[in-house]
Design a protein around this ligand. Structure first.
Ligand code: CU
Length: 153
């Protein structure tokens, strides 16, 4: 990328304060600086770091999700295209309404999956797994069985 010398410093300063906002500015993201927090919409144990967003608006988003070992994510859908890139560990993804331990496909570090809105899917981990989601909001998650939704518990 070609950049004027003086503006590079200004952009770097903006980038550090502009995470989690869609600014259209150059951003350089170091994984060590990510701020992780719990995710109210996901079963306990998952954490999220928002790099770009916010996810609930019609803007591009990039987030990372960290799942502990032996994590189960029940069947659900999203209102927007889901693009999942696995960064570490293995994300075992299954298609369909019924959670089936043996019916998952291993999505490994470096692999990715793209799912259309409304596709019913579920996932589980055997070891700690970090995935990156990117796309365009507004994002959301709807559980097939409302009792699976931690926001309603
Ligand atoms: Cu999903």
């Amino acid at each position: 990328m070609k950049m004027l010398r003086g503006s590079a410093i200004v952009l770097a300063l903006v980038a550090t304060s502009a995470w989690a906002q869609h600014t259209g500015h150059h951003q350089s993201v170091s994984s060590a600086d990510l701020k992780w927090s719990d995710v109210p919409s996901l079963p306990k144990g998952a954490q999220i770091a928002v790099i770009e967003g916010p996810m609930n608006q019609a803007v591009p988003f990039t987030v990372r999700l960290r799942f502990p070992a032996n994590y189960n994510l029940p069947a659900h859908t999203h209102p927007a295209v889901e693009r999942v890139t696995v960064l570490s560990g293995t994300f075992n993804m299954g298609m369909g309404e019924k959670f089936n331990r043996t019916g998952t496909q291993a999505v490994r570090a470096g692999d990715m999956m793209i799912m259309q809105p409304g596709t019913v899917h579920y996932a589980r981990t055997d070891s700690e797994t970090v995935v990156q989601l990117h796309g365009t909001g507004p994002w959301g998650i709807t559980y097939l069985n409302p009792n699976d939704d931690p926001r309603k518990q």
